[in-house]
Write a protein that binds this ligand. Structure first.
Ligand SMILES: Cc1cc2nc3c(=O)[nH]c(=O)nc-3n(C[C@H](O)[C@H](O)[C@H](O)COP(=O)(O)OP(=O)(O)OC[C@H]3O[C@@H](n4cnc5c(N)ncnc54)[C@H](O)[C@@H]3O)c2cc1C
Length: 314
């Protein structure tokens, strides 16, 4: 596969770089290790966003949904769940290796921001042992839920929306466990739980996940003071947030400065053909904000265009 530009990361910076690259008609691909949306979509999706000019939103994930929609409408090719692993030299071009493919490209924009988002673990006994065999951190494909007893963990909109979706599948038993006495989610979701058949356990925690080859039951600590209750369960879906894990910049062939990438005013890095933008970059006065990441992304895409196409005005 041969491209003009490979953009790594689909947070605010990567999506903006994609929009600007599309305007220049660069043949570009965006590789995203997770589902995209960067920190705003994964770390603080329910926080109001008051400082993105012209688009204040009550929930930041709505802003990121707009970014994503805009990028897709502009014609960006976004490959989700495809982590970029390294960048090799091949004569005048670069080779980006991902978990799934190899991309020959004239230029690269690194927009890896805060790094990779890993789902938070509960720390319950059996959780690690049964991961992928009944313990999940994303909703499994809905047809796999049919006829299953599914326990969700979490108190935000994402956990509730997943549980509500599961409850619509044929012959499922759906329950939702949250350690606090109220849900964080919107009232419109909370009010649907009972009527749509989701059994709730507040002030409760998963103490142990049990089974032989796969999950068969769960021991819950229910209420305050806690009482132990074992229930037959086929799947445990945990959605209690994300932690970030920084990417190793040395893998991109760039010498890090305090764990970040030093760039010039045109967002050029020390490596030929490689540009960077967003939270991964550093320079005097750098301010880690979405609007800044977007501004740098526009510059990075323009610099990559000049590097690739060498227009008369460059
Ligand atoms: C709690 C919190 C609150 C904040 N509040 C605000 C606020 O109110 N207003 C504001 O403007 N800013 C806020 N920020 C800062 C803002 O979120 C960041 O400045 C912005 O997200 C940076 O965007 P980015 O695209 O550079 O990086 P990120 O948002 O970190 O996105 C990077 C993307 O790259 C992906 N990625 C990483 N490595 C790879 C790889 N190897 N291959 C493929 N994909 C990869 C990641 O999965 C991720 O999707 C806040 C930050 C935090 C933590």
């Amino acid at each position: 596969m041969s491209y003009d530009l490979v953009i790594i990361g689909a947070g605010p910076a990567g999506l903006t770089a994609g929009i600007y690259a599309a305007a220049r008609k660069l043949n570009a691909v965006i590789l995203e290790a997770g589902d995209g949306g960067g920190q705003p979509g994964n770390v603080y999706p329910e926080k109001p966003m008051a400082n993105y000019p012209g688009l204040p939103v009550n929930e930041t994930r709505d802003l990121m949904a707009r970014f994503s929609e805009h990028a897709l409408k502009a014609g960006c090719d976004i490959r989700r769940r495809e982590r970029a692993l390294d960048i090799a030299d091949k004569g005048d071009v670069l080779l980006v290796h991902s978990e799934k493919a190899e991309y020959e490209t004239k230029a690269v924009i690194l927009a890896t921001g805060g790094g990779l988002y890993k789902p938070k673990r509960l720390g319950a006994v059996g959780e690690e042992e049964f991961e992928g065999r009944g313990v999940y951190y994303r909703l499994p494909e809905t047809h796999l839920l049919e006829g299953k007893r599914v326990l969700f963990v979490g108190g935000g909109n994402s956990a509730l929306e997943m549980a509500l979706l599961c409850a619509t599948m044929p012959d499922t038993y759906t329950c939702l466990v949250h350690r606090r006495d109220t849900f964080r989610a919107d009232a419109c979701n909370v009010d649907r739980l009972g009527p749509e058949g989701v059994k709730t356990y507040l002030c409760s925690e998963v103490a142990e996940i049990k089974g032989k080859d796969k999950v068969e039951s769960v021991i819950l600590k229910v209420g305050d003071p806690p009482e132990l209750e074992e229930m037959p369960i086929d799947m445990v879906v945990i959605h209690i947030g994300f932690t970030t894990e920084p990417e190793d910049i040395k893998r991109w062939g760039i010498e890090p400065q305090d764990g970040l990438i030093k760039v010039g005013t045109d967002m050029r890095t020390s490596r030929r053909g490689v540009f960077a933008c967003g939270d991964i970059v550093t320079y005097p006065g750098k301010y880690k904000q979405i609007v800044v990441a977007c501004g740098e992304a526009a510059t990075a895409a323009n610099s990559a265009y000049k590097y690739i196409a060498k227009p008369y005005w460059a």
